[in-house]
Design a protein around this ligand. Structure first.
Ligand code: HEC
Ligand code: HEC
Length: 337
């Protein structure tokens, strides 16, 4: 018998004796692996309080009728099969002008802590949607054939199917911008990340992910210190940090002008289904996950705003690839529904 087989046999014997110490488990090769995994165990899905409201919101989210031109839907940029984001660094909005930043994912947003957007400029999902429709990506704002929000509401009031759906979802309430965004936000809160191979591993299935990904997870949580910000089952602290990217965009610093630490700071993205939505970062400046890892290893640009958690460190080729292999296990199943 060669050594790994002997080791496996010993583990089985110890397990049978009810006496297996985590230190001898083959899993990820770290003594605290079970404790680490426990920090990423997912909670149950958020309960749906008003199914009719969520369904109305879903219809509206996929319907270009709520854009000025009638051609752009929320889902034009937040594409379910692309991890509820897109593969463009900047996407053309309804006016044809590109967005200032990369489309954020909406996966798990019902669990996220406000404020929203890369720079946290909206306190609620409802406020975010008001601005998308009124002046943002859904709007032909400032173009010659300017369409007003009232015109969009009028289209919904003239549509029997929507009239019935609004009545069912919010009996007695008028169809207006307020109720429109209440429905959109209710739907957004129902966008749960799908079960990923990583979740099955955390739940105990050792075959669910490759060994490289297990090593990558350990690095993520220890030496590479990614979990300093990408913590918990959604892999985000919902906070704002400057990770040292090359950018002229002040991010959170545009909102908090006098705050040195918030210059070039952006909201930590969830890493759920991250493999589906290259390119990465607020400006789409990293083409691949490997590019992102290399940026962290270099430590990015040293400036007063850069997070104290971001510093150059050493990581071998294999270790960098292990980190990428780990992130590839976060792709959820059945998200594009
Ligand atoms: C043209 C592309 C595009 C369209 C259409 C679009 N979005 Fe977005 N969305 C973005 C971009 C880009 C951002 C990041 C904005 C920023 O930080 O400046 C974003 C951010 C968001 C966020 C914040 C996410 C977070 O984690 O904080 C929410 C919520 C959102 N969009 C919902 C919607 C809804 C609802 C609609 C339809 C009413 C919509 N979006 C239409 C591109 C788009
Ligand atoms: C100081 C907090 C912090 C640490 C530590 C950190 N990140 Fe990030 N991460 C962020 C923020 C903030 C962003 C968005 C930055 C931007 O767009 O400028 C981000 C973006 C990313 C993205 C791009 C996701 C997307 O949707 O565009 C990936 C992938 C990523 N981080 C992986 C990692 C890995 C791997 C590590 C460890 C080597 C790590 N992060 C360490 C805060 C952090």
């Amino acid at each position: 018998m060669d050594r790994p087989v002997v080791r496996a046999a010993v583990i089985v014997l110890l397990a049978l004796a009810g006496d297996v110490a985590p230190a001898v488990a083959a899993d990820g090769g770290h003594p605290d692996i079970d404790k680490m995994k426990a920090e990423y165990r997912r909670p149950p899905a958020r309960p749906v309080e008003n199914a009719a409201l969520v369904e109305l919101g879903r219809d509206l989210f996929f319907d270009p009728v709520i854009s000025a031109s009638g051609k752009t839907a929320c889902a034009t940029c937040h594409r379910p099969e692309r991890g509820w984001s897109s593969n463009e660094p900047r996407s053309p909005g309804d006016s044809g002008r590109p967005t200032q930043r990369k489309t954020q994912t909406l996966l798990g947003i019902g669990h996220a802590r406000p404020p929203f957007d890369w720079d946290g400029r909206h306190a609620t999902l409802e406020a975010q949607a008001v601005s998308s429709i009124g002046t943002g990506s859904m709007s032909m704002f400032a173009t010659p054939n300017e369409v007003k929000v009232d015109d969009i509401v009028a289209r919904l009031r003239a549509n029997e199917r929507y009239v019935a759906k609004f009545r069912q979802a919010m009996p007695g309430a008028p169809i207006n911008l307020d109720t429109l965004v209440i429905a959109l936000a209710a739907f957004e809160r129902s966008i749960e990340p799908g079960q990923a191979p990583f979740d099955r591993w955390v739940a105990g299935d050792e075959t669910a992910i490759p060994e490289a990904a297990k090593r990558g997870f350990v690095l993520f949580h220890t030496e590479a210190a990614c979990s300093g910000c990408h913590i918990g089952w959604r892999f985000t602290d919902d906070a704002f940090h400057d990770v040292g990217t090359t950018t002229t965009d002040p991010g959170r610093g545009r909102e908090l002008k006098g705050n040195t630490k918030m210059q070039f700071a952006f909201k930590t993205p969830t890493l759920r289904s991250v493999a589906l939505r290259a390119p990465y970062l607020h400006n789409g400046s990293a083409a691949t996950l490997r590019d992102v890892v290399d940026l962290y290893v270099k430590g990015g640009i040293d400036r007063p705003s850069r997070s104290p958690m971001i510093n150059p460190f050493d990581l071998t080729e294999d270790e960098r690839n292990d980190l990428v292999a780990f992130m590839q296990t976060l792709t959820g199943e059945g998200e594009a529904k």
